[in-house]
Design a protein. Sequence first.
Length: 453
Amino acid sequence: MNKHVATVPEAALAGSLRDFRAPEGSDLIGRVAGFYQWQSLRREHGLWPYARSTATAPKARCDARSDAGENFSGINFASQDYLSLASHPAIKQAAINAIQEFGVHSAGSAALLGNTSNSLRLEQDLSAFMGGREIVLYPTGWAAGYGSVQGFVRPNDHVVMDVLAHSCLQEGAKAATQNIHYHGHLNLEALTRKLQRIRANDTQNGIMVVTESLFSMHSDTPDLGAMRSICDEFGASLLVDCAHDLGSIGEDGLGHLGLQGMMDAADIIIGSFSKTFASNGGFIAVKDRATAEYLKYYSATHTFSNALSSVQAATILAALEIVRSDEGKALRRKLMDNILYLRAQMAKAGLETLGDPSPIVPVRIGTEAMGRFASRHLAALGGIANLVEYPAVPQGGARFRFQVMAAHNRADIDQVVKILAKAMHDADLEYRLGHEGENADAARSRTVATRAA
C-alpha cells in the first residue's frame, strides 16, 4: 500500500509554478514563502516529482532518490542519454585521460585563457560534422541558446519566435529587445502575418526568427524549408535550435536539419551536448568566422563564463567520434527501433502518445491533479519518467515525457508500459474516490443544514 494514500487536500492538487512567478509585497525575500508552503504540501503527499537524484549511473535501469529522501528504483525513461553514451567505456576513458593531462577545470573564460587543445579540437571536429560551419562553444546548452539571441539582437531589432521556443531563447530575447513577437506553434501563416506587420512599419532593423528542429514537450518539428522562404521574403535571419535531435536522429546524425536537407538554411544553429554527447555544454554554429568572432566578445554567456573544461571537451569529442561512426549509426537505428516499439505498445495499452517519433515520447495524462497522482504511482511501481505540467505545457495537458535510450530493450519497454497503464488506472481511481468522498461530505452537510432549518 502506498504510504501516501490518504485524503489529499485540494491545494496539493491545484495550482502551478506560474502562481508564484511574480509574488507581491515589499519583503523581497519573505514573499517567496508561499511557494515553499505549496511545494511542501505536495511533497508531504508524495506529489512533488521534481529534483530527484540518481544513486547509480543514469542507465536504462537505475536507483534514485526523491528530494524528500525516499529511495526508489526502476526502469529509467527520465534521463537524457539518447545513444547511451554517458557510460560508454571509451568516453569514460577519454574523461580519465583528460583529467590526468589537464586537471578538472578550465579556470578561465574562453575569451581569455579558458580554452584547451581539447576544446580547440572540438571546434574543428564539430565544424566538420556540421558542414564546415564556424563553431563557438558554451559551458551549457542554455547559455548557448541565451547567447545566440542576446549576442546578435539589439534594442531596435525584432525577435519572432514559436510560442513553445525554449526558455533560454525566450530569456535571451527579453534581455535583448522589447520587440518580441510570438506566433502559434508551427503556424507558418501566423509567422508570415507577424513578419508582414513588422516590415510594414520597420524596414531598417533586423529580425530574428527563432524555432527548434525538435520541440521537446510535443516531439514535433517545423517545415524548415518553408520557414527559410518566409525569412527570405521579409529579410529575416533564421535561428534553429537542434538540442534534442542532433546526433540522435537520421542516418548521418544531423537530425531534422539533415532529414529535411536544410543544413544550409539556418543562419544560426544552436545545440546542446547534454542529450546525445554525454556532457554538459552547448554551441552556436554560424556560416563565417566574422560572425563567430563577434559572438565570442558580444555574447555575454560566452565572454563572462568559464569555458568548457578539458574533461567535458574530451568527453564530447569521444562522443562525437562515435556519433559519426558505424557504431553511431547502429545506435541510432537501435534507438529508433525502441522509439517505434514504445509508441506502438503504448497505443496497444490505450495510452495516447503525442507528436512524431523521436527520443522524446510524450504520453498524455490530462489534468494536473491526475498527473500528480499518476507520477506518484509510477515511481512506486518501478517506472521512472518525468511529469510535465502547466505552465511548461498547456493547462489540462499534463503528460509524461518518456526519454528513450539506445540501451533500452523490449523487456524494459513491455514492463514500463504495463507499469504506466496500472499507474494511470490507480491514479484515476484515487482521483475519483477523492472527489466522490468530497461530494458525499458536501451532500451530508447539505442534509444536516436542511434538517436544522
